[in-house]
Design a protein around this ligand. Structure first.
Ligand SMILES: *Cc1c(COP(=O)(O)O)cnc(C)c1O
Length: 403
């Protein structure tokens, strides 16, 4: 058969691995080694000079890691991928690659907390500035570009408000000004959204989340649209900053990735059932979910995402106190940051993931004290809804007692 144009469901299981080259081992072998021996001195010389391909030292490449990178390249419709020891190592590597002192980065308003921290550090120590803007229209993006701007860095959906940035609009403006586009695709996973298809240059993931899916690894992935550029990042920033992944973590990611398609479908269908339930609750104020027909950005969602995924944000009555009471009244659903795991997780952005952001700025981003972020897991939806029902009942009792 023709193995080009395989579906994502098949790519996550087969891409980049031939068992015939590994004694028939069905599972990808774990090459848990730091270095590789050369057969001769000349072979060592040739590998270092690049005359001959092949393994040298695991910071420069490892056969287990390579399978993961090839699988991700295919999943994101890219030309090359690099695996990292954390999502933040992927973020810092691409920003260091794209910028030099004096440059400017344009960002979506609402980016991951540590990315925000990194941008502050780049500004303070290396004079690389940034602006955060809403990016509602091409004109707004256009106006924020300065002669120093070199790249546009976005997240969509934005954490935790689930607002969308129109990837095509960002790319259109970037192309007119010769800017590079980086998209943090962690919330959608490559199963639901592929920014390179819209002309973005780089897409990155905290693989800690949906790609691994089992809550037991911290890792990152960067995929690019240019093979040579990706190899040059491997042999410069990645090699010299050294934020590589361990072979064992890559092996766990390969294992987790095999079920990405079935997991994302279940996360999505569970999320839809939870939303249908939350919509009827009088203690719930607002629900934010990109694929909700009531969402004003539903048209953008349909254009760039295949489905809504497992993340829902919503507000409950009673401000911070109400939100904390609700979380404490749950029993099956765990209070934890992170997302994309089998377990359903709930967190309070204002006091947890986004607590470092000054209050005024946080409120401007839509992160109110009553906002909760839910990462819907893979449990049976009826059990999740039963947990919600019990928590709302406890809230009702407390409210009645107080009245
Ligand atoms: C978790 C996360 C990161 C950081 O990834 P780590 O693996 O924790 O380093 C970056 N971006 C988004 C959107 C995330 O959710």
């Amino acid at each position: 058969m023709d193995k080009k144009n395989l579906h994502k469901d098949t790519i996550v299981i087969h891409e980049g691995y031939d068992d015939k080259e590994h004694q028939g081992s069905l599972a990808v072998p774990l090459y848990q080694t730091s270095t590789f021996s050369f057969e001769t001195a000349l072979q060592g010389e040739n590998r270092f000079s690049g005359v001959e391909g092949g393994n040298i030292y695991s910071r420069l490449g490892n056969p287990t890691v390579r399978v993961l990178e090839e699988r991700m390249t295919a999943l994101e419709n890219g030309k090359g991928a690099l695996a990292f020891g954390s999502g933040m190592a992927a973020v810092s590597t691409i920003l260091v690659h794209l910028t030099k002192s004096g440059d400017h980065i344009l960002c979506s308003r609402g980016i991951y907390g540590c990315t925000f921290g990194l941008l502050g550090m780049l500004n303070e120590k290396y004079n690389i500035s940034h602006d955060l803007i809403q990016m509602k229209t091409e004109e707004e993006i256009e106006r924020a570009i300065t002669p120093e701007t070199v790249c546009i860095y976005i997240e969509t959906p934005i954490n935790p408000t689930m607002e969308l940035v129109d990837i095509q609009a960002v790319v259109n403006v970037a192309k007119r000004h010769g800017l590079r586009v980086v998209v943090d695709n962690t919330f959608s996973s490559p199963y639901l959204q592929n920014p390179l298809d819209f002309g973005a240059d780089f897409v990155l993931h905290s693989a800690t989340k949906y790609i691994n899916g089992h809550g037991d690894v911290i890792a990152g992935l960067l995929v690019g649209a240019d093979k040579e550029e990706m190899e040059s990042i491997r042999m410069s920033v990645q090699k010299d900053f050294g934020g590589i992944i361990s072979p064992f973590d890559a092996w766990l990611l390969i294992r987790g990735l095999k079920t990405l398609s079935v997991r994302m479908e279940r996360h999505t269908s569970n999320a839809e059932k939870v939303i249908a339930y939350l919509k009827g609750q009088k203690l719930v104020e607002e629900i934010y979910y990109p694929f909700d027909k009531d969402n004003p950005q539903y048209e953008i969602a349909k254009r760039q995402m295949r489905a809504g995924g497992g993340l829902i944000s919503f507000t409950v009555k009673g401000g911070k106190e109400g939100a904390q009471l609700f979380m404490d009244s749950l029993s099956l659903i765990k209070i934890a940051v992170s997302l994309g795991d089998a377990e359903t997780l709930i967190q309070h952005p204002a006091t947890m993931t986004h607590s470092v952001i000054p209050e005024a700025e946080r409120l401007q981003m839509g992160i109110t004290d009553s906002l909760l972020r839910l990462s819907v897991g893979l449990e049976h939806a009826e059990d999740l809804i039963a947990d919600f029902k019990a928590a709302f009942a406890i809230m009702e009792t407390v409210i009645t007692e107080r009245a």
